[in-house]
Design a protein around this ligand. Structure first.
Ligand code: PLP
Length: 369
């Protein structure tokens, strides 16, 4: 629980925000820093909004140590918009108009399907029967003629996360980090493009961060919508059209909060502690709780599990969710495509929040074993 609410939000996104940020945004809602108007009412070309935009970018650059030869864009259209933007901007890097995709869950599968509209998509590994593991990168069949290699760092629905950045032998690497962005430090220089919707780990819905290496700008297909064209958006500092001003403002506050709480390295330490607490409860439950994901690919952000057996006892799962709701624990239901339970442990979820869930899991286990 936090100071002014008595629920715990384990939602997968949009997800919990730090309570102090909600209070700050509330305080500034009517009158932003004495200007007499709200950020919601401010011109995106005003000096005050420019300041918000610049401070947000500077803070992000600092948090991830983003090299100078990368542009930072704040776009609309969500992670899903980037499933189109990536091929539209990058498939033309090489004449063959093909791309390598690593498909380890629902989100990378969607991205690959979208890319098929614009070029040839090569799956670098045999199609997976279930999304519970990551095929060893050393076995990937990379096509040297591919314009880029695409993967999803953390599959939010299936709970599968890459622990390391895969070695793609110098190819342009594109990564969807929507659900684990800023949950740990990352070496940006290994990537051509990183993108992340804000509503999982760094803010509210509406803004998507794109970090793109400068030499990849200028290859967009002619049918690429202007608002998704990385070069045009970079040339206009994300102000080609009206950006999602309020979402950028909230993201700026969250980034500042991350910085004040020790940065990406601290977020990682906490996420290791929080996820280990839940995985331990699962592994020490004598089989009552079952996580389908292989141990070395388990996500620190989204933990899916079943109750009773690997396919889930629907009666027990219903009881679990109902009792959790009575205790104020929200949004623990697994994604509608996989069922079961899912606990999401983004940056704003505290160790105390997780301890309450662990205590509940233990007491539920005592009742049902
Ligand atoms: C949530 C999510 C998306 C989609 O984001 P939208 O903003 O709904 O388009 C894409 N990829 C991953 C990994 C996600 O978690």
């Amino acid at each position: 629980m936090d100071i002014f609410r008595n629920v715990l939000n384990f939602g997968a996104g949009p997800a919990k925000l730090p309570p102090s940020i909600l209070l700050e945004a509330q305080k500034e809602m009517i009158d932003y820093k004495g200007l007499g108007i709200s950020v919601l009412e401010m011109s995106h070309r005003s000096s005050d909004f420019t300041k918000i935009l610049n401070t947000t970018e500077v803070c992000l650059r600092e948090l991830l140590d983003i090299p100078d030869n990368y542009k930072v864009l704040f776009l609309q259209g969500g992670g899903s918009g980037q499933f189109s933007a990536v091929p539209l901007n990058l498939i033309g890097l090489k004449d063959f108009k093909s791309a390598d995709y690593v498909v380890t869950g629902a989100w990378s599968a969607k991205a690959a399907k979208e890319a098929e509209k614009y070029g040839k998509v090569n799956l670098v590994h045999p199609k997976l029967g279930s999304y519970t593991e990551i095929p060893d990168p050393s076995t990937w069949n990379l096509n040297p003629e591919a314009s880029y290699v695409y993967y999803c760092a953390n599959e939010t629905v299936h709970g599968v996360e890459f622990q390391l950045v895969p070695d793609v032998k110098g190819a342009v690497l594109v990564c969807d980090m929507s659900s684990n962005f800023l949950s740990k430090p990352v070496d940006v220089s290994k990537f051509g493009v990183i993108f992340a919707g804000a509503q999982k780990n760094i803010g509210c819905a509406g803004v998507t961060v794109v970090i793109v290496r400068e030499d990849l700008l200028g290859y967009a297909q002619k049918e690429c919508p202007t608002v998704l064209d990385y070069k045009i958006q970079a040339g206009n500092c994300s102000l080609y059209n009206t950006p999602p001003c309020f979402s950028i403002y909230i993201m700026g506050l969250v980034l500042e909060w991350i910085k004040n709480n020790g940065g990406a390295a601290s977020m990682e330490k906490l996420s290791i502690i929080k996820s280990n607490m839940i995985y331990r409860s699962i592994d020490e439950s004598n089989g009552l709780y079952v996580c389908p994901v292989e141990v070395k690919s388990r996500s620190r952000m989204n933990i899916p599990f079943r109750i009773g057996n690997i396919n889930g006892d629907s009666d027990l799962e219903k009881q679990f969710l109902a009792r959790a709701a009575e205790l104020g624990m929200m949004s623990l239901k697994g994604h509608r495509s996989v069922g079961g339970i899912r606990a999401s442990l983004y940056n704003a979820v505290t160790v105390e929040d997780v301890q309450k869930l662990v205590d509940f899991m233990k007491s539920f286990q005592e009742l049902h074993q």
